[in-house]
Design a protein around this ligand. Structure first.
Ligand SMILES: Nc1ncnc2c1ncn2[C@@H]1O[C@H](COP(=O)(O)OP(=O)(O)OP(=O)(O)O)[C@@H](O)[C@H]1O
Ligand SMILES: [Mg+2]
Length: 334
């Protein structure tokens, strides 16, 4: 079991309130991702749940039990950090078993749990190696193994992949998602990378300055961002925003349209523009277009084989059903 509820949880460092009163429910078995820009309070929130920081106010419950003043070891949560913090002189087996040895668990039970974790993580063949004889991805798996053997109510991950190179990150992202499907244990995962959030989460919590901007499934946030911040944060390349006459003609202060929801033509269309840089990815081309009257260029996701000339005139047309409208306070207009 691993249902976690936060009620009016607040955190101040001295006079600075980094988390204003915040309510959040994490359901048993859910994969929840906290995402937001650097300094928005993701790690602080995770550390409050883990008990590594004391709350300044509010209540935390784990499976209905008050946990606010429990020490970390009593919360049945396992934390996995960016730096794996393995013991270099111990074998993988001993590293994974470490929390069980500390808890003086029965030897046979220790061995069973370590072997189970190693099997789940594909580390069986590496149990007698030392961390120095492993790749970065394997080391991260050992760190996860050390969390699994504790059979926690929930796993807490703080940017666990940011030390790995891009290809390995994609691989580990998939492994953690598969691990969640197999274990069905609650996971809370902190990242500043919206792609990780979109690809892994059952539920995304978007934070800005300690405040929850929106909570929802990846596709809910993609389809119905409740404000301009969420609209700009979720999705890659970023949503385009237009203001001025173009937006007023559509009854909004600002309109938003994603690169994949703009069609590009060399003959005709709603907005006339001039081609700037084209980024050729093979699968797609991201064309940057300067549209008259807009201070920022628009990004269009177009066919990968598209060949446009720099400074060529083009026309863009938004797909009506995918236009997002925002008022003067950046809130979504239904
Ligand atoms: N021990 C501390 N004392 C004072 N301020 C702190 C402390 N820890 C964090 N903060 C401040 O709290 C805010 C949130 O920090 P936090 O580490 O939670 O951000 P984050 O979202 O995890 O950022 P990042 O993506 O850079 O890891 C920041 O403004 C930070 O400077
Ligand atoms: Mg952090």
């Amino acid at each position: 079991m691993g249902r976690i509820t936060l009620e009016k949880v607040t955190k101040r460092f001295g006079d600075v309130e980094v988390i204003p009163p915040l309510d959040l429910t994490i359901e048993d078995g859910e994969f929840v991702v906290f995402v937001g820009p650097s300094g928005c309070g993701k790690s602080t929130l995770l550390r409050l749940i883990a008990g590594l920081e004391d709350v300044s106010g509010g209540e935390i419950r784990i499976d209905g039990t008050a946990a606010t003043s429990l020490p970390p070891a009593k919360r049945r949560l396992a934390m996995v950090f960016q730096s794996y913090a393995l013991y270099p002189h111990m074998s993988v087996r001993k590293n994974i078993a470490f929390p069980l040895r500390m808890a003086k668990m029965d030897q046979a039970e220790q061995a069973r749990r370590v072997e189970d974790a190693a099997r789940v993580l594909n580390l069986t063949d590496y149990l007698d190696r030392r961390p120095g004889q492993l790749s970065g991805g394997q080391r991260q798996r050992v760190a996860i193994g050390r969390a699994i053997v504790r059979e926690p109510a929930a796993f807490l991950f703080d940017e666990p992949l940011s030390n790995l190179d891009a290809a390995l990150r994609v691989g580990m992202r998939l492994e953690i998602s598969e691990l969640h499907k197999r274990l069905q244990t609650t996971m809370i995962y902190v990242t500043h990378d919206q792609v990780e959030a979109m690809t892994m989460a059952d539920k995304i919590v978007v934070l800005q300055a300690g405040k929850i901007e929106q909570t929802g499934s990846p596709l809910e946030l993609y389809r119905n961002p409740q404000n301009k911040f969420v609209a700009g944060f979720i999705g890659s390349p970023k949503m385009n925003f237009l203001t001025g006459d173009v937006a007023q003609a559509m009854d909004a202060h600002t309109i938003g349209i994603r690169p994949e929801h703009l069609s590009l033509s060399t003959d005709t269309g709603m907005w006339k523009g001039v081609v700037g840089v084209s980024e050729h990815l093979g699968s797609d081309t991201f064309v940057h277009v300067d549209v008259e009257g807009q201070s920022e260029h628009l990004t269009v996701r177009a066919n990968g084989e598209l060949d446009l000339k720099y400074k060529q005139t083009v026309y863009l047309t938004p797909m009506e059903a995918h236009i997002h409208r925002f008022d003067g306070d950046d809130l979504r207009i239904a």
